[in-house]
Design a protein around this ligand. Structure first.
Ligand code: AMP
Ligand code: ZN
Length: 478
């Protein structure tokens, strides 16, 4: 039984798929105007864990992710520039080139983090006609109005508007107490809009401006609003309602609220049954934002010599609904833990080779597997599951064959590529040097022995002296 915290019901709820064993999952994708930062990537990692947990429980998953390549403006109030067109000017490229370049970079990041690819990628610019047709439905049903700069959704027409909001906020909204409401939402009022919560469905290209991304529509030349793209593409690929919709917590108040509102207005149904939101990754100084110039990308992490999976490990150490404060020290600790895990798992595999094949799994091993399932099915509790992994590694009552089996099973969720951890192949030259060093040690010629140790280190090998003799390890072994 999987329990997930549903923002819509504000509680942990038992998950049941609409179609027995198939789950429809939509995750809001990146706006491709720059590299994804590690905050964004934390959200994509949590969504990957969710998907793996669904697989683990025997579900098939139809996963749709969008690429926002048009319509995401620099302000949530539907004002400001289009993020992609703005970057295009800055980089002296076309908006299409910018979107293509950063889409490719994003997909590379996902692969480096061992995030499973969605089954369907969809980009907003490929669905312009669908979006226009959808806005026509909203228009026919009386949910739209036109002002100088576009066609807007009239939130006062939908009684249930704000389904994801805190109860108090909805009450204030319904009382139309605008002043009080602004304290919550801080959405600036735009001239001509009837309410700050109304949002653009179609924005007109301003007079005298030639946008690179613009299309004709029944209302005038322009481009679709960001909130419309997600509702149109998710409904098209998954049907309404579908099972799970995800994103970061910043999407609760506006983007997802507006997706739900449009679907309810157009289809009279809730868009998705479960709404899951990942908490933010923060820096010591607070929020990470491109406008503050303090973002960190995966590329930077790699440039500093980190294995990208160290970042994956770091994210597993905190629950997706808790804030994660990032620091280089915490990443270093995560990397050390990951390397040590791999080293220990290598030993387990080496020892396991010499053990008899497993005929029956012990009660102890079964208990570990059950506990693991309980933890991950309890709203994706990866910190607890990770602690359990270390318990398995250290448990001397388990055979190495059992440990190997359990760890590989757990890694279906963790995604740390432990299957790739193989027996170390030590080059002949290294073996000879180690033997030589042993000879010097026996003769107590410490300086010569240390010189060899240094030489080996430069070659990428560490020597650990144990009771059973010298043990060779590869530095930063992946
Ligand atoms: P964007 O490219 O801005 O549309 O964001 C992509 C995803 O990252 C969305 O699901 C956001 O909610 C999420 N996100 C943005 N900033 C952060 C952050 N600092 N920590 C975690 N997730 C974030
Ligand atoms: Zn979205």
């Amino acid at each position: 039984m999987i329990q997930l915290f549903n923002t819509l019901s504000r509680k942990k709820q038992r998950f049941k798929a609409i179609r027995a064993k198939q789950v429809g999952l939509y995750t809001c994708g990146p706006t491709v105007y720059f590299y994804a930062h590690i905050g964004n990537l934390r959200t994509f990692l949590f969504e990957d864990i969710l998907k793996r947990v669904l697989y683990f429980n025997g579900y098939q998953v139809r996963h749709v992710m969008n690429i926002t390549d048009v319509g995401h403006l620099t302000s949530d109030a539907d004002t400001g520039e289009d993020k992609i067109e703005k970057e295009a000017k800055k980089e002296r490229k076309t908006a299409w080139e910018i979107a293509k370049f950063y889409t490719k970079a994003f997909k590379r990041d996902l692969s480096l983090l061992n995030i499973k690819s969605p089954d369907i990628w969809c980009k907003a610019t490929d669905y312009i006609k669908d979006q226009i047709d959808f806005i026509k439905i909203l228009e026919r049903k009386g949910f739209t109005y036109k002002i100088k700069d576009g066609i807007y959704f009239d939130t006062s027409k939908l009684k249930t508007y704000g389904r994801l909001w805190p109860e108090e906020m909805r009450k204030i909204f319904q009382k139309k107490d605008l002043k009080e409401f602004q304290k919550y939402a801080r959405i600036p009022m735009v001239e001509g809009k009837k309410s700050p919560t109304d949002f653009a469905l179609w924005k007109f290209t301003p007079k005298g401006v030639k946008r690179q991304m613009e299309w004709d529509s029944p209302w005038g030349r322009g481009f679709p609003g960001w909130h419309t793209e997600c509702v149109v593409m998710s409904a098209k690929h998954l049907g309404v309602p579908f099972d799970i919709h995800c994103g970061g917590i910043d999407h609760i108040l506006i983007h997802h609220t507006n997706e739900i509102a449009q679907a309810e207005a157009a289809f009279g149904k809730i868009l998705a049954r479960f709404w899951l939101h990942g908490e933010f990754l923060l820096l010591k100084e607070g929020k990470m934002a491109k406008s503050k110039g303090n973002i960190i990308t995966l590329g930077e992490i790699i440039k500093k010599g980190f294995d990208p999976l160290s970042f994956r490990y770091l994210c597993l150490t905190s629950h997706y609904r808790s804030q994660l404060r990032f620091s280089w020290e915490s990443l270093k600790s995560a990397q050390n833990a990951l390397f040590s895990l791999k080293e220990k798992f290598r030993e387990i595999r080496e020892k396991s080779e010499k053990e008899k094949s497993l005929k029956k799994i012990s009660k102890r091993a079964k208990r570990y597997l059950n506990d693991f399932l309980t933890f991950i099915n309890d709203d994706l509790n990866t910190p607890k599951a990770l602690a359990l992994l270390w318990k398995v590694i250290k448990d001397e009552k388990l055979s190495n064959k059992e440990k190997e089996k359990i760890v590989l099973e757990f890694d279906k969720i963790f995604g740390l590529r432990l299957k790739k951890v193989k027996k170390l192949k030590i080059p002949q030259e290294v073996k000879k040097l180690v033997e030589q060093r042993e000879k010097y040690r026996r003769k107590k010629e410490w300086e010569k022995a240390d010189a060899i140790r240094e030489k080996l280190k430069k070659m990428g090998y560490l020597i650990e002296d144990t009771k059973e003799g010298p043990k060779i390890k590869k530095i930063n072994q992946i």
